[in-house]
Structure formats: C-alpha cells, structure tokens
Design a protein around this ligand. Structure first.
Ligand SMILES: NC(=O)c1ccc[n+]([C@@H]2O[C@H](COP(=O)([O-])OP(=O)(O)OC[C@H]3O[C@@H](n4cnc5c(N)ncnc54)[C@H](OP(=O)(O)O)[C@@H]3O)[C@@H](O)[C@H]2O)c1
Length: 316
C-alpha cells in the first residue's frame, strides 16, 4: 500500500507543499491506523508552512514536516490493546497538535483515545472540518463565560472558527453581533446573527454595550472593537500574534481579557459531532480540493476570505 503525503522541506510560500510517498505506518500499542478521507486546512498550517509562529520554531530542525491537525476517515488496523473501534468505523480527530501535525497523509496512526466516532448522520467532510475550528469556537466562548441574554460581538463570523462560534453563541441564547464583508452579510443573517459590514464602517460606529468580545481578527480591528464594550466586559482574543498587545490595552480600559491556545479534547468533539447530527450546528464547507491541489488550498486560506472551512480530499 502507498501512503501519499503533502510535506514541506523548508519554510516559504505555498509552492513548498510537495507530494511524496511514504511507508504506511504500523500502529503502536493503543493506536489505530486511520485511512484518511479528508483533512481540513487551518490558518496555523499556513503560518507554520511560512515559518511563522511557535510550531515553526519548534519544527525548524526537524523538516520535512507534514502539516494538518484535522482528519476524518476509516479505521483500518489496530495496535496492541486498541479496542474502542472496529475496522471500518468512521472516525475524526484533532491530532498531533501543535508540534507533530501529520494530517495531510493518506494513512496516519493515532492514539485511539484521541479519536471520536463519527455518527452515521454526519458526512466525513463535516467531521474533518470540525475539530480545530469547532473546539476553538467552543473554548473561546467558554473562557468568556458567555451567558444567555448577553450581547456578544464575534469578529470574523464568516470564517472557519467564526461561523461555528456564531452558532454556539446563538444556541446559548446570547444576542449575537458579528462582522464580515458584504459577501457574507446574508449568510450570517440567515444563521441568526446581526451582521455588520466592516467595509462600510468599523464596528465601533455601529455597536455599544457589548458584554463579550470574541476577537478572531486581531490587530487594529480588535482595538477598534474594544470601543463597543460595556463596563466589566470580557475579551477573548484568539490570533496569538497580537494577543499580548490587545490584552494589555483591554485591561488598561478595565476589561478582563485573555488570549488562548486551543486544547484538543475528544469529548468536546463528541459533543460537537452530536450537535451537527441533530442539526444544532451546521458546518459550512467552502471548497474541497484534491490533495494534489494543496497549494491552491493554502492560497485560498491566505486570501483571508474563506467562508467556513476548506478541505483536502486525501483519496482523490
Ligand atoms: N489561538 C488558537 O488556538 C487559534 C485557534 C484557531 C484559530 N486561530 C486564529 O484565529 C484566526 C481565525 O481563524 P479562522 O480559522 O476562523 O480563519 P479563517 O477561516 O481563515 O477566517 C477567514 C474569515 O475572516 C474574515 N475576515 C477577514 N478580514 C476580516 C475583518 N477585517 N473583519 C471581519 N472579518 C474578517 C473573512 O470574512 P470576509 O470574507 O467576509 O471578509 C473570512 O470569512 C486566525 O488568525 C487563526 O490563526 C487561533
């Protein structure tokens, strides 16, 4: 059997992503071998490929590196003692985060406890899109302790994390405001959010008395959004690069503020898969690329204007 992978041998532009063949790995004790159906592409894959951020710093002496943290697929084989699944089960997982990655592979070994069983009602596409973005959305809202009836502003509600954060916040019965370009106004309004076109005017011109800010953009955009907040508001800023600066400014203004690094929690993914299966959460797939077009998939994420998630089809 062949195991095609997409890897980088040095940091740089999307063209650094190259397909090669590797051995199909053998599952060790407690692991299962997964035949990967879909891998999702996240901004952290793109930043690490470019040599930016902590995962790049840690991996720079260990290239080549195979990106990818989100997978769905079928269980193929078992290491000693692995007994949670049977051959052919559909599984999904948030794997190898943040150092190892490895999701852009046709076959990957994963500790069985890191995987969730995908309910029959959910496609493998939706299951691959959910882990990193869904858990970031849920954990950001949990950190902010968003309560029923509160006003929350989610910057970048149309993105991979944002569209799930909007829906989870609405399920909490919060009043949800979000920012997007004109192209996404209808989409976000249909989900049930009050959508603000950031190209027309900054959020601070349109909104006040916000209890919770979930910042998925960072930088100047986040600093502007601080002007929308009520006394004692809570801020969670998700992009790591500007987190320190935004937290300092927010705290100077009297708000509680924190950055975050998403933490893979298989039980939380179980819950989100259940929410999708009963229609409480809808996963938006912008486009699925064959694995041979990983370069185009990274270019799309770099455009900064992906609605929902994009996937690599690892068997095409
Ligand atoms: N700390 C962590 O653990 C963690 C985890 C996950 C993600 N992140 C970070 O969180 C950020 C969001 O991740 P993501 O996966 O959601 O990214 P994404 O899917 O690439 O976000 C794309 C979205 O951003 C929107 N957008 C672009 N510029 C905007 C602006 N000025 N105002 C409002 N919306 C804007 C776009 O909407 P329009 O097309 O309508 O402009 C698009 O829908 C990234 O920086 C990512 O690296 C951090």
């Amino acid at each position: 059997m062949e195991n095609k992978q997409i890897s980088i041998s040095s940091f740089g532009g999307p063209e650094q992503l190259v397909m090669h063949s590797a051995e199909v790995p053998t599952p060790q004790a407690g692991e299962v071998l997964v035949k990967v159906a879909f891998a999702s592409v996240n901004p952290i894959d793109v930043k690490t490929r470019a040599g930016l951020g902590w995962a790049a710093e840690q991996n720079k002496d260990h290239l080549p590196w195979v990106p990818g943290y989100d997978i769905s697929g079928k269980v193929e084989a078992f290491g000693e003692g692995a007994q949670r699944f049977v051959k052919g089960d559909n599984v999904a997982g948030f794997i190898g985060f943040p150092l190892k990655g490895g999701g852009y592979s046709q076959y990957v070994c994963v500790p069985e406890n890191d995987l969730s069983l995908v309910p029959d009602a959910i496609t493998l596409e939706a299951a691959a899109a959910l882990p990193l973005a869904g858990q970031t959305a849920a954990q950001a809202l949990n950190k902010a302790e968003l309560q029923e009836g509160e006003r929350v502003l989610i910057l970048a509600g149309a993105g991979g994390v944002g569209h799930l954060a909007v829906q989870i916040a609405l399920a909490t019965k919060a009043e949800v405001y979000t920012t997007c370009s004109e192209d996404n106004l209808d989409y976000l309004a249909t989900l049930g959010a009050h959508a603000i076109n950031y190209n027309f005017e900054p959020a601070s011109q349109r909104l006040d008395n916000v209890d919770v800010l979930i910042d998925l953009v960072g930088g100047e955009v986040a600093l502007d959004a601080l002007k929308c907040l009520s006394d004692n508001a809570r801020v969670v800023t998700v992009p790591t690069i500007s987190a320190e600066m935004i937290c300092e400014k927010a705290q100077m203004l009297g708000f509680s503020a924190t950055g975050m690094l998403v933490d893979p929690q298989p039980e939380q993914l179980d819950t989100m898969l259940y929410m999708v299966s009963v229609g409480l959460l809808k996963v938006e797939i912008f486009k699925t690329y064959p694995m041979s077009a990983a370069v185009d998939a990274h270019k799309q994420i770099e455009s900064g204007h992906t609605r929902g998630k994009i996937l690599l089809d690892m068997q095409s």
